[in-house]
Design a protein around this ligand. Structure first.
Ligand code: PRX
Length: 634
């Protein structure tokens, strides 16, 4: 077995040979002509000239060997459903969906927006798009009409696939009216809307536009839709993610590089074997859902569990019950979920036979030591592996690669640089590389990004370059916008974002987006939103608004009512997922003399920390108002 250090070095120093080997982990219709074309940095073209198909690699290629083994295990504790689709059954369902989409006019390169709860049909839709070379764009079901409309206009989908409703804690969460509102708000109009009717909420169908999956599926039961062989560089999907501006970016992913990166990660990082079961508790609306509910496990020949429900219903043992029942070997979740479980009876962890489980992977936000300790002890010392990555990269940047060489973990660290990623710590002011141990810098990646990472921002190459590759002076290097340090053994520790992105219960949100939503309330003149540390959710959003009519500022009841109204505005526009924990009202916001909002100072005050150097602040009373508002009542 190679040492990890050698394996890693080879991935950087002998890049093309390394990735040419990994490319053999997937099926190609035509083998790639080149490995990495980096003639136009920072745009990397991986495996160009090779043709392949993501759906073929996820489904068809397993038919011969494991056609009758489980592929998709759909479990809903919301509607008490449990359905196992074998690879053969999944193959049939995906072809039905592919035929329906084609029938609605979807062609290679067209976009299909998927706005769905965690149901099997969402998986069929994603794979069907991949099958016919259409580009899917999944929008998290928790987003509301404003967010959805922005994404519709950016992706310009031919068809939107949705459902009557999701369900949360046993209550239906209707989707259809939000979708109708979003289409109304958007300039772009889809040719058709395909709806799964779960019988959870009434739907009014728009004639000539809305179609029901149930009926169209019946009409296509025997559909045979061959895979469209696409170039490795053909976009497989876009996924929107928040950044510094109010406008989310469409992260665009390729086909061949992504398939290779995921196949390799299943082997070297997640150590999942064909025929086993993978359980990721994320949602298909997020990148973890794309890579490690749908594509990664299936490409690896594993069964994947798609779970609709909360971690605590019917009780706090539900996930462990599923581990026992489906002999899960690899589990993937987020620290937030573990913190939720931590409040439950610890007996749930010993109630079920968890002997199949080898490793629990956690990602998406910092894993604090108490949470890591609790779950590690609860799982009787089974390895808990933190891994750090982003929507942009699609698979881990930092982790321990036990599939290459068993590697110890360190509390608080997601591990070392993953093969393929030339990770550097840079001084944010000068761009100089920090090579010493325990120096704080920006985590950056030298190009080319490895296979599977974002190709560009959808239809906006300039934004890709300007956002990610231009923040370090005099260097074309990819910035993660995370601070970090690296210890003497090469383990990294993440110290938070350098920009205005916050992480609420593992959900990545832009404070600007929330500010824009709040500003649409007729009585809000100006607002600042900051992320504040929270024991359960990691961070929560806190809003401070200046009113146009401040007449009732001294009336607590009126302000409470207004706070509720503002929250409703956020719910209606972005979704409850972006709702601030509190909205407080002030007469002025802390700004520099040149008018720049001092978000960091506001955040520090909210967290009870020293706000630091305030000499540039225009009006010190502004920060005092916030201090008074957030001060604990004694
Ligand atoms: O700030 C980092 C944090 O989440 C950001 C990326 O979020 P998202 O695009 O939603 O992708 C999540 C994919 C797992 C990062 O820039 N983050 C992610 N993983 C970790 C983390 N922070 C600390 N530790 C992690 N393991």
């Amino acid at each position: 077995m190679a040492s990890y250090a050698d394996f890693y070095r080879r991935s950087i120093d002998d890049r093309d040979a390394f990735w040419a080997e990994q490319a053999q982990l997937i099926d190609w219709q035509t083998p790639p002509q080149t490995v990495c074309d980096y003639s136009n940095p920072p745009f990397a073209r991986w495996f160009a000239g090779g043709t392949t198909n993501l759906c073929h690699n996820a489904v068809d290629r397993h038919l011969a060997e494991r056609g009758d083994q489980p592929a998709l295990i759909f479990v809903s504790t919301e509607t008490d459903q449990e359905t196992i689709y074998t690879f053969r059954q999944l193959h049939a369902e995906v072809q039905r969906m592919a035929a329906v989409l084609q029938g609605l006019g979807v062609k290679k390169g067209d976009r299909v927006l998927i706005y769905m709860p965690m149901i099997a049909e969402a998986c069929f839709a994603m794979l069907a798009c991949a099958r016919i070379g259409a580009i899917h764009s999944v929008v998290f079901g928790g987003f509301a009409s404003g967010s959805l409309a922005t994404r519709i206009d950016d992706a310009e989908p031919t068809v939107i696939v949705s459902a009557d409703a999701g369900s949360r804690a046993g209550k239906p969460v209707p989707y259809k009216h939000l979708l109708d509102e979003a289409i109304q708000l958007a300039k772009h109009k889809p040719k058709a809307v395909l709806l799964v009717d779960r019988g959870l909420a009434p739907m009014k169908l728009v004639e000539g536009r809305d179609q029901l999956w149930g009926a169209l599926r019946e009409a296509n039961l025997n559909a045979q839709v061959p895979c469209e062989w696409v170039d490795a560089t053909h976009p497989s999907y876009t996924l929107y993610t928040s950044g510094t501006t109010g406008k989310p970016k469409g992260v665009q992913r390729d086909t061949g590089g992504y398939a290779v990166a995921l196949a390799a990660s299943m082997r070297y990082i997640y150590c999942g074997n064909p025929g086993e079961t993978f359980f990721s508790t994320s949602d298909i609306g997020w990148v973890v859902g794309h890579s490690y509910i749908i594509y990664g496990p299936l490409i690896g020949g594993m069964a994947t569990i798609m779970y609709e429900g909360t971690p605590v219903r019917p009780d706090g043992g539900i996930w462990w019950q599923l581990v026992e029942k489906y002999k899960v070997t690899v589990m993937f979740s987020a620290p937030t979920a573990v913190r939720v479980l931590k409040k439950q009876d610890p007996a749930y962890l010993t109630k079920y036979d968890l002997s199949s489980l080898r490793t629990l992977f956690l990602a998406g936000e910092p894993l604090d030591e108490p949470t890591a300790k609790w779950i590690s002890e609860g799982l009787k010392g089974k390895p808990i592996v933190d891994n750090y990555w982003q929507t942009e990269t699609g698979w881990p940047i930092l982790a321990v690669c036990n599939g290459v060489e068993p590697t110890p973990t360190k509390f608080g660290s997601p591990g070392k640089a993953v093969y393929g990623y030339n990770v550097k710590l840079l001084d944010d002011q000068t761009g100089a590389e920090l090579t010493g141990a325990n120096q704080k810098g920006v985590i950056a990646i030298e190009g080319p990004l490895p296979p599977g990472c974002m190709q560009t921002v959808w239809r906006d190459d300039a934004r890709f370059v300007n956002t990610y590759w231009s923040s370090v002076p005099n260097k074309l290097v990819y910035s993660t916008f995370d601070w970090g340090i690296r210890d003497e053994d090469g383990y990294y520790f993440i110290l938070g974002r350098t920009d205005d992105v916050i992480n609420v219960a593992g959900h990545r949100l832009g404070t600007r987006e929330i500010e824009e939503a709040i500003s649409s309330h007729p009585n809000v003149a100006e607002v600042a939103v900051v992320g504040v540390a929270d024991q359960l959710k990691g961070q929560v959003a806190m809003a401070f608004a200046v009113l146009k009519d401040a007449g009732q500022l001294d009336d607590p009841a009126a302000m409470l009512k207004l706070e509720g109204e503002v929250m409703k505005v956020v719910d209606g526009s972005l979704g409850a997922v972006a709702r601030p924990e509190r909205v407080r009202f002030v007469t002025v916001l802390p700004k520099t003399r040149s008018g720049k909002l001092l978000r960091r100072a506001v955040q520090a005050v909210c967290e009870g920390r020293d706000p630091g150097d305030l000499t540039t602040m225009e009006d010190p009373a502004a920060l005092q108002q916030i201090k008074d508002l957030v001060a604990p009542v004694v």
